[in-house]
Design a protein around this ligand. Structure first.
Ligand SMILES: [Fe+2]
Ligand SMILES: [Fe+2]
Length: 310
């Protein structure tokens, strides 16, 4: 997902519009295609689900864990896309009477995020159809969006860039040679990433544009707010790791003692931190974009915060 750095911004917005038109897909006709999930398959690849971290589980139990994580994947994306879309609509205001390519790019971005939320609601329901009852995801997307949007635009865009860049890592993890991996879930990664790759370019354009409008003091405060947002994401991941570990223990068909349940919960948390924080923050392009905007000391503050989430 290397940005086209040599083009003027207007052309980069225009290219994003072209790419958005070219890759556009439909939830039912292109992604679902009349298929259902099958519990004989893994839903998330081992490299994302961190199957190796679940050291006490059998291969069949690890497969079940990947299915639980698949359902949580749909829910977490549905949640983050709520605030991402609201921020994109807000930013589009700044292009109303300016670059019409930029305006169209953001309108398409917003339209795609609405579609992605519909896709992930559909995936949540479809996974629910084949897994045991009792799964819980009780974090309110609108409440999270209100909290996130209370932070500065700079901080929200930095978090959004992290998120939208990691869809590429997730897609790349899904195209390995694991024949047990669900073809339907592989398509979710593929189709989502095809539109997210435009979003990541737009996040960068908007972040750099917005960065030009803030003072050094505002940027310094925004770095702290970005760290606060990452910590808030981690808070969500802790809640869900606990819920998913409890669901696993209640439905896996054998007794899980207290020590093992702690191991399972910490493996879920490790996997979720990899999926939703580090797989984006470690992308070289994320570091490249951020390092153009912030000082070494600010970069070290971010790295130190991220290092506590291991
Ligand atoms: Fe999306
Ligand atoms: Fe997106």
């Amino acid at each position: 997902m290397t940005a086209i750095v040599t083009l003027p911004d207007s052309q980069r917005y225009a290219r994003s519009v072209e790419a958005s038109k070219r890759v556009r897909w439909d939830v039912e006709a292109d992604v679902i295609r009349g298929r259902r999930f099958d519990t004989a398959h893994k839903f998330l690849p081992d490299g994302l689900a961190l199957a190796d971290a679940f050291t006490t589980l059998s291969p069949a139990e690890k497969r079940f864990v990947s299915q639980i994580q698949g359902r949580t994947y749909a829910n977490v994306f549905g949640l983050v896309e709520r605030f991402i879309n609201a921020k994109v609509l807000e930013l589009s205001h700044e292009h109303w009477f300016g670059d019409q390519n930029a305006l169209e790019a953001l309108v398409r971005f917003s339209d795609e995020e609405l579609k992605h939320q519909a896709l992930f609601r559909r995936i949540d329901t479809m996974v629910g159809d084949v897994l045991p009852a009792g799964y819980r995801f009780e974090i309110d997307a609108n409440a999270v969006a209100h909290a996130v949007l209370g932070k500065s635009t700079w901080a929200v865009l930095a978090l959004t860039l992290d998120i939208e860049l990691f869809t590429q890592t997730h897609y790349l993890e899904s195209i390995g040679h694991d024949t047990e991996l669900s073809e339907l879930f592989k398509d979710v990664f593929l189709f989502h990433w095809r539109e997210e790759s435009q979003h990541a370019i737009l996040d960068e354009l908007e972040l750099v544009r917005h960065d030009g409008e803030v003072t050094a003091a505002q940027r310094d405060r925004a770095v702290d707010e970005f760290i606060e947002l990452v910590a808030a994401v981690d808070g969500i991941l802790r809640v869900q790791a606990k819920a998913d570990a409890e669901y696993f223990a209640a439905t896996c068909g054998r007794a899980i003692d207290e020590a093992e349940s702690r191991t399972v919960e910490s493996a879920f948390l490790k996997a979720y931190r990899w999926q939703y924080i580090h797989s984006g923050a470690q992308q070289p392009h994320f570091g490249k974009v951020m390092s153009r905007l912030i000082t070494n000391a600010q970069g070290q503050r971010i790295q130190a915060a991220l290092a506590t989430l291991r």
